[in-house]
Design a protein around this ligand. Structure first.
Ligand code: SAH
Length: 392
């Protein structure tokens, strides 16, 4: 097996269970590694630190799966990881038949995302090394979950960086284009094949519950960046009189409408528009809302985009503050690691001064617990939400 010896400082990080080794942190490589090859990782004094896979063509050269000299990478290891991930999800007592089973580094399987939707599995591979383990993952998923089908999604972004090619396709059994799931007392269609990401934003499950708790019967609500209506349906189910749900994607909105029908819910007005423009229109019309949800896509994929992203957040926040009733609520989310909760606080503070409305923070949420994060890698905690009440 190829051996990678790392500099002292890095060895210490790995002993603290940090799973990445950057190119520049390598002292010596024994052997000629190809992308995705398994490697043994050693410290400068040649003590074994663990095992991982390498991609000589990327900035992150090695990702570790194991931090134990006796735990080499094998099908058995992958199966063990999947099994313990499943046992953990069972403990969570998730009130749904859809959950994230593998959250990449958060489940010690870097490069792998696995979502379970009822009897079906959707997986996405984001590294070359994981491509090499794909069959082990597949076989283990079949053994452990006995699913009706497994579908593979791909990320062009990841494939470009890593230099591998995979297709979106059924890997096992049969998978319908749209899968029906339930969460709490609601049902949702999930657009696995043509939808965004793996089809449904499982990470916002906790936030949906918090919004459900905030809304009172009779409220008028706004769900910005609504996708297929995760928040909107919860608002109307709680008894909101009316919800305006806004998204730019016609496909997402159509499924949102189907979702409302599926649950026999009326009172959601679905609007296909740019949320920024629509907010301006609402202010001009003098509309007012009790609860406003702002759940935009990642405006900042890299650090370089932070400034622009913050401008976007500020605009959303200012415009929302102008149309929320006294005593009303705004929930604002960031799904980008680079936009932190402190950023959100700062944006809210500035917006509250600009609009001259006093606000107080009444809650926070993070990605739900089936998306565990590890402290060694702050970017595994990517989703945060801040809930504020407009005092007057
Ligand atoms: N709240 C959703 C998830 C939102 S994901 C849920 O809980 O399911 C972000 C959504 O924003 C996507 O559906 C995307 O189509 C939409 N979107 C992106 N830019 C937009 C814009 N400028 N205006 C309106 N919608 C936008």
């Amino acid at each position: 097996m190829i051996e990678v010896r790392v500099k002292d400082r890095v060895g210490e990080k790995i002993k603290g269970f940090f799973p990445w080794i950057y190119n520049l942190e390598i002292l010596e490589i024994k052997g000629k590694p190809k992308p995705g090859d398994f490697v043994k990782v050693l410290d400068s004094k040649k003590k074994v630190l663990g095992y991982g896979y390498i991609n000589p063509n990327t900035k992150i050269a090695v990702r570790l799966l194991s931090f134990d000299e006796k735990e080499e990478i094998s099908k058995e290891l992958v199966k063990q990881r999947l099994l313990s991930a499943l046992e953990y999800r069972k403990r969570l007592n998730i009130n749904s038949n859809a959950f994230r089973l593998i959250h990449s580094e958060g489940d010690f399987l870097p490069g792998l995302i696995v979502d379970v939707f009822d009897q079906y599995v959707v997986m996405e591979i984001t590294t070359y090394g994981m491509v090499k383990m794909k069959n082990w993952v597949l076989e283990s998923l079949v053994e452990l979950l006995k699913p009706k089908g497994i579908y593979q999604k791909v990320s062009d972004y990841a494939m470009n960086i890593e230099g591998f090619e995979e297709e979106e396709k059924i890997l096992y059994g049969t998978v319908p284009e749209v899968i029906k799931i339930w969460e709490g007392d609601l049902e949702f269609y999930v657009d696995v094949v043509k939808g965004q990401k793996t089809g449904f934003y499982l990470d916002q499950r906790k936030a949906r519950k918090m919004i459900r708790d905030l809304v009172k019967p009779g409220d008028v609500c706004l769900d910005l960046f609504c996708h297929t209506g995760g928040f909107a349906l919860n608002m109307i189910k709680k008894g909101a009189k009316k919800v305006i749900a806004v998204d730019m994607s016609e496909r997402a909105l159509n499924l949102g409408k189907e979702n409302a029908k599926l649950n026999g819910l009326e009172g959601i007005e679905w609007v296909e528009e740019n949320a920024f423009h629509f907010l301006r229109k609402l202010a001009k019309e003098g509309s007012e809302f009790d609860v406003i949800v702002i759940d935009p896509p990642s405006f900042a994929r890299t650090k370089a985009h932070v400034e622009n992203a913050l401008r976007g957040y500020k605009e959303l926040c200012v415009r929302a503050l102008k149309i929320v009733k006294p005593g009303g609520y705004i929930a604002i989310y960031s799904c980008s690691f680079h936009i932190t909760r402190e950023h959100l606080f700062e944006v809210i503070l500035q917006a509250s001064r600009d609009v001259k409305r006093a606000v107080r923070i009444v809650g926070e949420s993070f990605q739900d617990l089936d998306h565990p994060w590890i402290l060694q890698m702050p970017n595994t905690l990517y989703l945060k939400g801040v809930y504020l009440e407009v005092f007057r």
